[in-house]
Design a protein around this ligand. Structure first.
Ligand code: GDP
Ligand code: GDP
Length: 465
């Protein structure tokens, strides 16, 4: 299975140099002067065992005579549309420039898979720029030197799973899988969320057989429509249905996956016991928000916990819905118990929204819808670097990291390296010595201060070189 990789970035960061190295022939022209006339180059790259198509967007620079930002925008947007994955290069010696930020923002907004590399990273002169690269919000940068061929193994190891995923994707239902790290807008002084929603919000309803999944999905659909998936029963793939929900800023398009329930409603002959965890796992992969549907009579069974944990590990936003609330005799006491159990049994999803519903009567479905849309927003949230660092110094002052063996650990700088789910990097001395409990202290603090309940939060400690 082959794929197409586009190398993007502002002029002079080393795109053509990398292209040449990957393609192995001097197909692209390299020049010290930015913006020199070049043609679009496309070649077959070899990296380890991988063969793929690579596009050098440097050649597209000439396509219009707009201002640089306008040109970069068009180039980058074209690259995203053409490629399966974009490799954004920045110059680690120069650090992050406003044009780099503009390119990164387009990549985040436009969607698609992105790998970030800090190029020209041979030697110590690149250390500062490498740290700045995290602030582009595209994840952890690869330390690369296109000229010296360093970091290519790291690039390979990021492309391998992608190549596998693309191969798998062709065999399964390709376009349903959500991309991560996209649709994000940034803003200098406000915590931003509410992405521009190019595609429907992808929701999966998972839970034990008989929890009420298909009843719930049908109730959310509004009408008494019988769901007949395309060729249901022939395929074991998830069947989806798209609908519009009312939101604060107009209709929210939502696509729901309910493997088990829908197939059942589609009158597919399938044994109930097969419609369990395996289907749940599949649905989780497709979703942005996972609704774990519990039966109020038998809540938090091990199967429920496993699927919630899996959703967390896969980095999905989670909402817990407790169904059959109409049949519950003592609601107040039950709710208190459920909340307590939820916090105790799912500490990794602290503050996860818990909504009681009755799929049968329709009670609570509006609250469930708001909880899902809210969880999706939190999942997309982006906290500006300045606010994070202010917050970090407060946290360190209140409770400095313990000094193992008398050696002080200095937490120097923090930035949000990704969204969907939110991921943060803390630059520090001796990252390996930061206790797990201290990371938890920071994660819980992030949740509380920046209002991110229930979403998986990733935190990486990194040293500066
Ligand atoms: P493009 O405009 O992004 O395609 O950049 P080029 O590939 O034309 O490279 C611009 C300049 O950066 C050239 O002088 C390259 O030799 C230089 N360059 C590219 N990669 C590296 C690198 O890894 N390290 C250093 N030090 N210079 C590099
Ligand atoms: P699934 O296997 O998770 O898709 O579950 P179903 O939607 O097929 O529902 C299983 C059973 O639970 C059916 O008999 C439903 O009528 C019943 N059920 C679903 N939702 C509710 C509810 O909110 N209240 C009550 N009392 N029963 C429900």
């Amino acid at each position: 299975m082959t794929f197409t990789l586009a190398i993007v970035g502002r002029p002079n960061v080393g795109k053509s140099t990398l292209f040449n190295r990957l393609v192995g022939k001097r197909l692209a022209l390299v020049d010290d002067q930015p913006g020199v006339t070049r043609d679009l180059r496309e070649g077959v790259a070899r990296l380890g065992d991988l063969r793929f198509t690579v596009i050098d967007t440097a050649g597209l620079e000439e396509a219009t005579d707009d201002s640089l930002p306008g040109r970069m925008r068009k180039l980058t947007e074209r690259a995203v549309d053409m490629a399966d994955v974009c490799l954004m290069l920045m110059d680690a010696r120069v650090g992050v420039t406003p044009v780099d930020e503009a390119v990164a923002e387009i990549l985040r907004r436009r969607g698609g898979r992105v790998i970030l590399a800090a190029n020209k990273a041979e030697g110590r002169a690149a250390d500062g720029g490498l740290i700045e690269a995290y602030s582009l919000g595209l994840g952890e940068p690869i330390r690369l030197s296109a000229e010296h061929g360093e970091g290519l193994n790291d690039l390979l190891s990021q492309l391998m799973p992608l190549s596998d995923a693309l191969g798998e994707r062709a065999a399964e239902i390709a376009e349903e899988a959500p991309e991560t790290d996209r649709d994000v807008t940034d803003d200098d002084d406000a915590v931003s969320h509410a992405p521009t929603r190019a595609r429907p919000l992808q929701v999966a309803v998972v839970g034990r057989p008989n929890a009420g999944k298909s009843t719930l999905v049908n109730a959310l659909l509004g009408e008494d429509r019988l769901l007949v998936g395309p060729e249901a029963g022939i395929t074991r793939d998830a069947i989806s249905v798209t609908m519009d929900w009312p939101g604060p800023d107009g209709a929210v398009p939502v696509r729901m996956f309910d493997t088990a329930g829908m197939r059942k409603k589609a009158k597919v002959q399938e044994k109930l016991e097969r419609l369990s965890v395996a289907d749940g796992l599949r649905a989780v992969k497709f979703a942005e928000v996972v609704v774990v549907l519990l039966d109020a009579a038998i809540p938090f069974e091990s199967q429920d916990l496993r699927i919630a944990d899996l959703a967390e590990r896969e980095g999905r936003a989670v909402v817990i819905a407790v169904n059959k609330w109409d049949a519950e005799p003592d609601r107040a006491a039950k709710l208190a118990l459920l909340r307590e159990e939820c916090e105790r049994l799912l500490p990794q999803l602290r503050g996860v929204p818990l909504v009681t519903v009755s799929a049968l009567t329709g009670r609570g479905l509006d609250r469930l819808q708001s909880a899902i849309v809210g969880a999706h927003e939190v999942w997309n949230r982006r906290v500006p670097t300045a606010r994070l660092n202010q917050w970090l110094s407060g946290m360190v002052e209140a409770h400095p990291p313990p000094a193992p063996g008398g050696r002080r650990i200095k937490l120097r700088y923090m930035t949000q390296a990704k969204t969907r789910p939110p991921g943060f990097v803390v630059m520090c001395s001796h990252p390996e010595k930061v206790a797990e409990s201290y990371s938890r202290y920071l994660i819980n603090g992030l949740r509380a201060t920046f209002d991110m309940p229930g979403t998986p939060i990733r935190l990486w400690m990194r040293s500066q070189s």
